[in-house]
Ligand binder design. Structure first.
Ligand code: FAD
Ligand code: NAG
Ligand code: NAG
Ligand code: NAG
Ligand code: NAG
Ligand code: NAG
Ligand code: NAG
Ligand code: NAG
Ligand code: NAG
Length: 655
């Protein structure tokens, strides 16, 4: 451990020395050159405790004694980095400021202050250059890079790999997208992107940047993959903590935690779903994760609930979490588990990301390998199938939601309007712990009903011996990112919507209404298992649901922001309003929900909201963490917004 620490420290020093020449630091002696003599690497190695089993980079921390050593150098700027309890800078900013700073403000940190942050973090500070800046005239112009970015714009990993990009640029403000994809635009500005990012590779960097942002009244964001539907990981003028590079994965064949003994993984905050699936397969186990390859399993996914084809067997993504390591809004680094900070443990499992601190790693349950059988087929309105009969076929499917989910299956499907008629695409029905013949028996009554309706289908069944095989066979790397012609909302329809004949018919009619108006249904038949004694902040609506229905508002990608706002208003006030009326008291999924969701507190958090809000006030009294629709976000607004198109391109102010 000590050897490791020495070499890490060496690395920090080397990078500090590498950038010093042009920099100066203000100190009691006036301006002094920023050299490694004047600014030591701001990190100490804190010994591992057996209970937390930290990754090596989690032992590299900012401690009060590191800060006091720096203070002995008389660097006035050092108080920028103080922990909340010891900060003096905060008092110089009058009370609780009404708004966070933006570049150009009088109190915006000087270049020197930014260079000190860069030095202390070991040259980890990145000044944002928007991903598509290479396409625009100016110092970043680079035709080859622009061509690459334009060609790959819809591939998630292009955005994941970048320090600041947003995968759903509409809520950034569309201020810098490849011009050939939008109206041959001629200007590229920072818009809703963060001003600076820290490329995080240890805990000390998080603490330094977080303290700096809090003490200097900067907006702070946490960005992992940038996958969030509502751009909760970006913000104008923000200092961003970019966690993508925290990639460690560690397997425990027999992990012991309160209420659990069995296999588990410890995952760094930047680990992506596809990485965990491979590690699980290698170790002969299965983990709960989503369909998208690049979603951050230890980031927003497990923080916000996390649905999965495996949820029907083992519960939600959040239900898998046994322990976390977290940097709190105060700057302190803590272990969170059933026995350490238990209230935060409850909240971090379902209460959403970017609210209570920065998670650096999580420990999640792993489960046995299972046999999985999938079934796929499509049918659609056409010369031999009327629209009314098509919808009777959909009704027949919905009627079996309870039967299928109770038996341990999950379905992922689309209903898509088209010029030749509406199409149903089942892709797939996924039966956990089911052989081919068990699955065929499960679906036989439904297939018989479709046949009786004269709906002709050609089901393709495939039996897989493991999750990874089923995943690879089902969810190819076809996800799209970077588009700005839609944004989605969702509804979790509970069991009664499918088992009560009147409600079933009304639910089918509610879906048909949206499709006939031009919407696309991204549907899931899903019933997450409820584990014995499970108590966390997952939206209670998930515990009663048989479905997640996602529907995007759609507009022309060459259209104006007003066009997008108009479509968004229809989504919120017409389409989703119908769905809310059909499922009173149910909810929506915060990670795939409408940014304009009315009463988002009830929809995304349900009865957990007051408890989550109380903890937010306690742990984050300065409002350091903000994200749209996150707990406590109703206390803030962003200036200069078009109604129904709330971007992150504006100043963040208190209500
Ligand atoms: C193509 C696609 C497919 C998807 N499929 C699924 C699915 O199958 N199942 C499902 O449940 N969801 C799915 N989602 C939704 C996904 O779970 C959310 O978008 C999730 O928030 C992504 O988390 P992230 O860390 O990758 O993204 P980011 O956008 O980087 O982060 C999301 C939020 O979490 C915060 N955050 C991230 N890391 C941390 C951290 N270490 N500490 C504190 N806060 C943090 C961010 O600040 C932000 O508020 C999908 C999304 C997309 C775009
Ligand atoms: C602080 O400085 C002293 C004297 O140089 C040194 O011995 C000690 O290790 C330093 N502490 C930290 C945490 O860096
Ligand atoms: C810092 O300032 C104090 C008093 O202001 C002085 O006694 C001390 O020598 C200074 N230390 C350094 C390293 O300059
Ligand atoms: C993103 O980075 C990964 C790993 O370096 C690489 O394999 C992938 O091709 C990159 N994506 C794009 C679109 O460049
Ligand atoms: C951009 O300009 C070219 C040349 O005038 C034109 O062919 C193309 O359609 C334009 N693209 C967009 C997205 O407006
Ligand atoms: C799979 O099903 C069998 C019974 O058919 C059951 O005993 C076993 O617990 C199930 N396994 C899982 C992982 O659900
Ligand atoms: C199905 O087709 C058969 C033969 O064409 C016809 O007799 C029957 O009425 C049809 N059934 C329905 C429900 O349309
Ligand atoms: C079914 O739903 C209808 C409409 O909401 C309701 O009036 C009726 O009481 C429900 N039936 C049962 C058995 O719950
Ligand atoms: C629901 O719709 C089906 C198909 O149209 C119909 O046969 C049935 O009577 C309806 N049920 C109720 C309770 O309205």
């Amino acid at each position: 451990m000590m050897m490791m620490a020495q070499s890490l420290r060496g690395l920090l020093l080397a990078s500090v020395v590498g950038i010093v020449s042009a920099q100066q630091i203000s100190s009691s002696k006036g301006l002094v050159p920023a050299t490694s003599k004047n600014v030591a690497p701001a990190a100490a190695v804190v010994p591992a405790s057996a209970a937390t089993d930290p990754f090596p980079w989690e032992t590299i921390q900012l401690t009060p004694s590191v800060l006091s050593n720096l203070t002995s150098l008389n660097l006035t700027d050092i108080s920028y980095f103080s922990f909340d309890s010891t900060s003096t800078v905060r008092r110089t900013v009058a009370g609780q400021p009404q708004c966070k700073l933006l570049p150009g403000d009088a109190n915006w940190p000087s270049d020197t202050a930014w260079s000190v942050l860069n030095l202390l973090t070991g040259n980890a500070l990145i000044k944002t250059v928007p991903l598509a800046a290479s396409c625009y005239a100016g110092p970043n112009y680079d035709a080859a890079k622009c061509a690459y970015i334009t060609a790959n714009w819809n591939i998630p990993s292009l955005h994941v790999n970048d320090s600041s990009s947003a995968m759903w640029p509409i809520f950034e403000g569309l201020t810098c997208v490849p011009p050939s994809l939008r109206n041959n635009a001629t200007s590229c500005t920072l818009g809703g992107f963060a001003s600076y990012s820290v490329k995080v590779t240890n805990v000390a960097q998080i603490q330094l940047a977080l303290n700096f942002a809090r003490n200097l009244n900067l907006r702070l964001v946490v960005r992992n993959t940038g996958h969030d539907f509502n751009d909760k990981s970006i913000g104008a003028g923000a200092l961003s903590l970019w966690t993508h590079n925290l990639k460690d994965i560690k397997f425990y064949s027999n992990f012991v935690a309160t209420g659990y003994t069995g296999p588990a993984f410890k995952l760094g905050a930047g680990v992506e779903t596809q990485d965990v699936y491979k590690a699980a397969d290698t170790n002969g186990v299965t983990v709960v994760g989503g369909e998208c390859h690049t979603v951050g399993l230890a980031g927003g996914y497990s923080a916000g609930g996390g649905h999965s084809p495996m949820a029907v067997s083992w519960g939600m993504g959040s239900d898998q979490v046994l322990a976390l390591q977290v940097v709190l809004p105060s700057g302190l680094f803590v272990t969170v588990s059933a026995t350490s900070n238990p209230e935060l443990f409850w909240a971090l499992r379902g209460g959403g990301g970017s609210t209570y601190g920065v998670v650096t790693s999580i420990i999640v349950k792993a489960h046995p390998k299972v046999t999985i059988t999938t079934m796929t087929f499509t049918f659609g309105v056409g010369p031999t199938l009327s629209a009314d009969t098509f919808w009777l076929g959909i009704r027949s499917f919905f009627k079996y939601f309870a039967t299928f989910a109770d038996a341990g299956s999950y379905s992922y499907f689309f209903i898509v309007p088209g010029p030749t008629g509406t199409t149903f695409i089942l892709t797939p029905l996924w039966a956990n712990n089911h052989t081919l013949s068990q699955t065929q028996a499960l679906v036989a009554p439904w297939l018989a009903e479709l046949a009786a309706l004269n709906i002709s289908v050609t089901p393709v069944f495939t039996e897989y011996s493991s999750f990874l095989a089923a995943y690879d066979g089902t969810f190819g790397a076809t996800e799209q990112a970077g588009v700005w012609n839609n944004h989605a909302g969702s509804r979790l329809f509970p069991r009664e919507n499918f088992v009560n004949g009147t409600k079933l018919n009304d639910t089918v009619a509610g879906v048909r209404y949206v499709i006939d108006a031009g919407g696309i249904l991204v549907g899931y038949n899903i019933k997450p298992a409820i584990n014995a004694g499970q108590d966390n902040a997952v939206n209670p609506a998930w515990r009663k649901t048989l479905s997640l229905f996602i529907v995007p508002a759609l507009w022309d990608s060459q259209g104006s922001l007003q066009d997008a706002a108009a479509a968004s208003e229809v989504l919120t006030n017409d389409w989703l309003a119908k769905w809310r009326a059909l499922s009173p008291g149910a909810g929506s999924y915060m990670s795939e929900g409408d940014i304009n969701e009315p009463d988002f507190q009830q929809s995304f958090y349900g009865t957990n909201y007051p408890r989550l809000y109380a903890l937010k006030q306690q742990l984050d009294p300065h409002g350091l963490f903000y994200a749209p629709t996150a707990v406590g976000s109703e206390d803030w607004y962003i200036t200069g917004q078009i109604p129904y198109l709330p971007t992150q391109n504006g100043r963040l102010c208190r209500v």
